[in-house]
Design a protein around this ligand. Sequence first.
Ligand code: FES
Length: 133
Amino acid sequence: MAESLSPEVYSAVLIDHFQSPRNAGAMVDADAEAFVTNPVCGDSLRLFLKIEGGRIARASFLSSGCPASIATSSAATELLAGRDLASAEALTRDDYAAAVGGLPTAKVHCSVLAAAAVHQAIEAWRARTSAHA
Ligand code: FES
């Protein structure tokens, strides 16, 4: 059953990100990617990063998740673009939730996916690039 997108539950920013996700889709030339699953509900996120000169040039995502996870993933791709890696890693689930105008209490766990995927993707990129250094 489709989940209600009531404006009494979700912010207008969240609804906009869910209905018009930014940077949705796979990235064929990604330098790093991550696949994470939310242990609470089983929803998943695949995150792709293009990294140039120690910065995230762009990010994209594929999601099999609820409106809150899709919206926070969409907002995350915008928050990540242009950031250096340390700054990207410093972003927390609260930052992603704030970027969609906050999350209802029952949906706070949905912002975990974006935060976990960013860390996993950057750690994998560091491991791969240092192995080739
Ligand atoms: Fe699973 Fe939101 S209900 S991530």
